[in-house]
Write a protein that binds this ligand. Structure first.
Ligand code: ZN
Length: 392
C-alpha cells in the first residue's frame, strides 16, 4: 500500500479511538501488594473452591478465605442473561433497557459489613462498594483509607454508608485484585484488612478494516499550525476539566444515553488494519441519526461542553468520586459548564462532528483516569434504581 494510506490509518487509529488515553493512569496492576503487618487477607469468589456454596466460616485468621455471601448461586442465571445482551456486542435489546443484577459479594465483619457489586468482576468494569459500619462506631471513624491494588480510592460518606467506585482497568492482568480497608476503629484486632477480589478476563472485540472514510483534515500528514494550536487548547481544556473532584452526585443506577440503544461499536474494540492492531476503542458507540436526543446517564454537574478537534461537540458530566461520563460528536450542545443535570435530562443532540465516520453517539466513562466500559454501569443494578422521567 502507498505510505499515504498507511500513515493516515495509523494516525487515525491512534487519535480517534482513544483520544483520552493521555489521561489514563498507569495500570494499577503493576503495583505489587505485599501483605502488611497487622493486615489480613480474605479471598472472594468462585475461583476459590471453598466458596462453592458461597459461605465459609473463617474469621480473624491471617489468610482466611472469608466469603460472606457471594452471588455464585445466581451466577449461571446471570451469565445467561449477560450473554444474551452482550454476546454479539452489536445489539442491545430494543424492548427497553433490561437491568442485570450482576455479581454481588456481601461480607460481614465484626464492626461493619459491605456489599460489592458490578455487572461482572472483570476487566474494564466498574464496581460499586458500599460499606456500612455499625452505628456505634460511625462517630469514631477518622482516617479511613480504601485502596484498590495500592491506589487510594475517593469515597463519600452518606446516610451511614461509605460509598466507593472501583474501576477495573481493561489492561488489568492478574487473576485477583486486592481491596484493602484501613481504619483503626473498624477492626477489633487489626488496623486493616485485605480482600482478594477475582477479576475475570474480558474478550474485547476486534475487527478487520479494509478501508475507512474520514474527513481529509484528519488523515492528512501535516497539520496546520492553527490546527495544532487548537488541539493543544482542547487537550488543556480536558486536563483542566478532569481536575474537578466532587462528592458522589448520584443516588440511583445509570441509564442509557439514547432512547432506543443499539450499539454499533463496543468498548475496547481494536481495529486491525493490514495486520496492525490499532488502539482500543475508549467508549461505546450508539447508533443514531443527526438531531436525535442525548440524555445524561445520571445526575451530575457539567464540567465541559464545547467544540473539540477529535471529539467534536463534546460534553463531560462529573458524577462525583472521579466518575465522568463523556458524550462526543454531537450536532448540538444543550448544556454548559456549571449546569446541574438530572438523569434522563436532554443534554445534546447526536451528530458527526470531530473525528467521526458518521452520525452516532460515542459514550465514554472515565473513572479515576481509567476508561471503563460504560455499559458496565448502564446495564447493571449498582446503587438501586429509581424510575426515569418519561422521555419525549
Ligand atoms: Zn466511539
Amino acid at each position: 500500500m502507498c505510505s499515504y494510506f498507511d500513515k493516515a490509518i495509523v494516525f487515525l487509529l491512534l487519535l480517534c479511538l482513544f483520544s483520552f488515553s493521555s489521561f489514563a493512569k498507569e495500570d494499577t496492576s503493576k503495583k505489587k501488594e505485599e501483605p502488611k503487618k497487622g493486615s489480613v487477607l480474605s479471598k472472594f469468589g468462585s475461583r476459590d473452591p471453598k466458596l462453592k456454596n458461597g459461605k465459609t466460616k473463617e474469621e480473624g485468621k491471617n489468610t482466611s478465605n472469608v466469603a460472606g455471601k457471594t452471588a455464585s448461586a445466581n451466577k449461571k442465571d446471570e451469565k445467561k442473561k449477560a450473554t444474551t445482551s452482550t454476546a454479539k456486542n452489536t445489539v442491545i435489546t430494543k424492548k427497553g433497557p433490561k437491568r442485570l443484577h450482576g455479581e454481588v459479594v456481601e461480607k460481614k465483619e465484626e464492626l461493619f459489613s459491605f456489599v460489592l457489586s458490578g455487572r461482572k468482576f472483570a476487566q474494564g468494569e466498574l464496581l460499586f462498594l458500599k460499606i456500612k459500619p455499625l452505628p456505634r462506631i460511625l462517630d469514631k471513624l477518622g482516617n479511613f483509607k480504601i485502596t484498590w491494588e495500592g491506589t487510594e480510592l475517593p469515597f463519600s460518606q452518606k446516610d451511614g454508608f461509605l460509598l466507593v467506585f472501583i474501576p477495573i482497568s481493561p489492561e488489568f492482568s492478574k487473576p485477583n485484585g486486592i481491596l484493602e480497608l484501613t481504619e483503626k476503629h473498624l477492626f477489633s484486632k487489626n488496623e486493616s484488612k485485605k480482600y482478594e477480589i477475582p477479576v475475570q478476563k474480558t474478550n474485547f472485540a476486534t475487527s478487520k478494516v479494509s478501508h475507512l472514510t474520514m474527513d481529509k483534515q484528519y488523515t492528512s500528514e501535516e497539520l496546520s499550525e492553527e490546527t495544532k494550536a487548537f488541539i493543544k487548547d482542547c487537550s488543556e481544556a480536558k486536563a483542566k476539566a478532569f481536575q474537578s473532584k466532587s462528592e458522589i452526585q448520584i443516588d440511583s443506577d445509570f441509564a442509557y444515553p439514547v432512547k432506543d440503544p443499539v450499539l454499533n461499536s463496543p468498548f475496547y474494540k481494536r481495529r486491525i488494519y493490514n495486520k496492525e492492531k490499532g488502539r482500543p476503542h475508549g467508549g461505546s458507540d450508539f447508533k443514531g441519526g443527526v438531531g436525535e436526543p442525548i440524555y445524561a446517564i445520571n445526575d451530575g454537574t457539567v464540567i465541559l461542553a464545547r467544540s473539540m478537534y477529535y471529539e467534536g461537540n463534546f460534553t463531560v458530566i462529573d458524577h462525583g468520586l472521579e466518575v465522568y461520563s463523556l458524550y462526543m460528536h454531537q450536532s448540538e450542545l444543550l448544556v454548559k459548564p456549571g449546569d446541574k443535570v438530572k438523569k434522563g435530562d436532554l443534554i445534546g443532540k447526536i451528530g458527526s462532528t470531530g473525528m467521526s465516520t458518521g452520525p452516532h453517539l460515542h459514550l465514554g466513562l472515565r473513572v479515576l483516569g481509567t476508561m471503563i466500559d460504560p455499559l458496565s454501569v448502564v446495564q447493571t443494578e449498582l446503587l438501586g434504581s429509581k424510575p426515569l422521567p418519561e422521555k419525549k
